[in-house]
Every structure is written in structure tokens, then in C-alpha cells.
Design a protein around this ligand. Structure first.
Ligand SMILES: Cc1ncc(COP(=O)(O)O)c(C=O)c1O
Length: 354
């Protein structure tokens, strides 16, 4: 047996549950590969974002940023038709999730979510030391009816869902919020790709509803890390106590505000993505592949037993898509909508591999 390395001596002080955790695995990043594996936007952010970053002043960098990101929240509130006291900004929506878990879940509490979904919901529960119950989606990725009866304090639902891209109608989500004796989190990371799919216009009607949005997908700002949490003002106020004081840095506050102020560009990004998604669907159908209807900027393709081989073959050719070596998902590939040139390349390689 080899002796433990001296640098590992501190590990015995680690919480046993953290030591036992596997930890969230972010999507691969391989130099020079085309990334169709993490649902980033294929086109650049607004020029106004670059202008705002160029225009940054010395004092803005020297001093701490506004801890409450007031201006950004005001612009977001005007954009989304809510009040600024119903908005909290986070270092990505992952940070918003961390804040709400830390605020709402303590020893003995339980969370629940339909499964499969965004894996981070699990890791955050593990870090918080709470149990999270997985409930299989009903047939064709429909909402499981059991959710309100599980006794969970927190129910999480990505809508559109990741990895399926499927959408639960707003009316059903509203019924779930009404039926729950707990908080419903609707994670709308992809909802901009699904017109009419947002529950946000109904925020005032549901005091137990939290809605999450991200700038990582439809605003093409994944690198800037910015997310928004929308909830009733008293909840947002409580979350302010839990977040890191300066959780959104000054560059990101400026970038996010500029992106929100250029809705023409945002609409253009959505138009391009939806047009290319439609083309990708037409082309992949020729291969005989199927996928559930997607309201997102990706497709979860049913590929069969060759899925792993195709994933590896594409990677060897410099193209990353997402594949999970896990029962239930191992016959599928999740493919992010890319630019027309990236789609051309993907299709060319698939001719050889599929
Ligand atoms: C459903 C869902 N929620 C949240 C996120 C993370 O968003 P952010 O980059 O804002 O942390 C992702 C990223 O893939 C996602 O798929």
C-alpha cells in the first residue's frame, strides 16, 4: 500500500458527505473543438456589451461593485415587467440556485425534481446535506402528477427541461404551484427559445414561486456569469442576506445591463437560433433520428447503441456533443444548435459516423 501523500493530511477534517461526493461535472472544454455540448449561444453578444466594457472607468474597477446590482435589476425589472424588488442578480443562475438552497433548506428538509434534469440540483442538495427525491417524468416528458404529494419543501423544474428540451405548459405549472405546500422553482434557462412558455407574467399570483433566468444562453454571455432570480419581494429580501456581498462583479453588471438594453440584438439571436434549430431538425430526421419536441437551443436525439461511438468519433474530429454513459441516457446525444457552418460540419461527420 502506498503511503498517503503529506499534502492530503488536511482531508481528514473534510465533512464526510463532501468527501463522498462526486461533484458536478461541467461540460467538456477541449482546445480548438467546436462546442455543441453546453448549450452556449452560437453567435456573439450585442456590440453594446463590448462598448460598455470598453467604457469602464478607473474608479469602477478600483471600488467594490454595487452589492445589490441596483441599476441592472431596475433594467431587468423594466424588461421583464416586474418590480426591481422582485429581482435578485447572481453570478450565473447557478449562484441563484446556491442562494435559494442555502436560504430555504436546512437539516431534515427535502427537495424533489422530475428526473432526468439539470444535474446541479442534486449536487447542491448534497452540499446542503438535504435529500432530493427524483421522480420519473410521466410518458413523453410530461409533468409527474405525484410532485405535490411528496412533502418536499422545494420542487425544482427546468422548463424547458435540460437535457430533453421539453416544455411543460404554463397552466400546469401554475396548478402545481397552487397545489404545493412548498416552494416551486421554475428554472427558465432556455425559455427565450420557447415563445409564450414563461411563467414569469404570473409571478404576483404565486407567492411560493421562484423563476430563474440566465444570460448564458439566449444573451450569449456564458463567460460573464449572470443569472436572475425572480420572486415575491419578501423572499428576495431574505435571499439578499444569504448571497455573497458582491456576488456580481462590476464588469458583469455592465455587460448584463447593456445586453438587456439591446433587445433588437437579443431578438436577432433568437431568430437565428430558431431558424438553425429548424434546419438541424430537418437534416437529422434524414438520418432516422428522433427527439422529443424541443423548446430550447438543443435536441436530445435518440441514436441507439452507437451513441457513445458517435460521440467519440465526433470528438476525434474536433466536435463536442453531450453524451452521458448512464442508463436511460446512454442511447442519446444532446446537440446544441450551432451556426450554419457548424451544422454543415456536424452533418458531414455524421454521414460517416451514423
Ligand atoms: C437548466 C439549467 N439551469 C441553469 C443552468 C446554468 O446557468 P448559468 O450559466 O446561468 O449558471 C444551466 C446550464 O446549462 C441549465 O441547463
Amino acid at each position: 500500500m502506498t503511503a498517503p501523500s503529506p499534502s492530503a493530511a488536511g482531508l481528514r477534517f473534510l465533512r464526510p458527505d463532501i468527501a463522498a461526493m462526486r461533484g458536478y461535472t461541467p461540460g467538456e472544454q477541449v482546445a480548438d473543438c467546436i462546442k455543441l455540448n453546453t448549450n452556449e449561444c452560437a453567435w456573439p453578444p450585442s456590440q453594446r456589451v463590448f462598448a460598455a466594457l470598453h467604457g469602464i472607468g478607473e474608479a469602477q474597477l478600483r471600488k467594490y461593485p454595487d452589492p445589490r446590482a441596483r441599476h441592472l435589476r431596475e433594467v431587468a425589472a423594466a424588461t421583464y415587467g416586474v418590480r426591481a424588488d422582485q429581482v435578485l442578480a447572481g453570478n450565473g443562475s447557478d449562484d441563484c440556485l446556491t442562494i435559494l438552497y442555502r436560504s430555504l433548506l436546512g437539516p431534515g428538509d427535502r427537495a424533489a425534481c422530475p428526473w432526468p434534469t439539470y444535474g446541479l440540483y442534486d449536487d447542491l442538495a448534497a452540499i446542503q446535506g438535504v435529500a432530493i427525491e427524483h421522480v420519473d417524468w410521466a410518458k413523453d416528458w410530461q409533468l409527474p402528477s405525484v410532485l405535490p404529494r411528496l412533502g418536499a419543501k422545494l420542487v425544482l423544474l427546468a422548463n424547458p427541461n435540460n437535457p430533453s428540451g421539453t416544455v411543460v405548459p404554463v397552466a400546469e405549472l401554475r396548478r402545481l404551484a397552487d397545489a404545493l405546500d412548498g416552494i416551486l422553482v421554475v428554472d427558465e434557462a432556455y425559455v427565450d427559445f420557447c415563445p409564450g412558455g414563461s411563467i414569469l407574467p404570473h409571478l404576483d399570483a404565486h407567492p411560493n414561486l421562484i423563476v430563474l433566468r440566465t444570460f448564458s444562453k439566449s444573451y450569449s454571455l456564458a463567460g460573464a456569469r449572470l443569472g436572475l432570480l425572480f420572486a415575491a419581494a419578501p423572499l428576495v429580501d431574505a435571499f439578499m442576506k444569504v448571497k455573497d456581498s458582491y456576488n456580481v462583479n462590476v464588469l458583469t453588471q455592465l455587460a448584463g445591463t447593456a445586453a438587456l438594453e439591446d433587445q433588437d440584438h437579443h431578438r436577432d439571436l433568437l431568430r437565428r437560433t430558431l431558424a438553425e434549430r429548424a434546419r438541424l431538425e430537418r437534416e437529422l430526421a434524414r438520418l432516422g433520428w428522433t427527439w422529443p419536441p424541443s423548446g430550447a437551443n438543443f435536441l436530445l436525439c435518440e441514436v441507439g447503441s452507437k451513441a457513445g461511438d458517435i460521440y467519440r468519433g465526433l470528438k476525434d474530429r474536433g466536435l463536442l456533443v453531450r453524451w452521458w454513459d448512464r442508463p436511460g441516457l446512454d442511447s442519446k446525444l444532446r446537440i446544441t444548435v450551432g451556426t450554419p457552418e457548424q451544422t454543415d460540419l456536424l452533418l458531414k461527420h455524421l454521414q460517416e459516423l451514423a
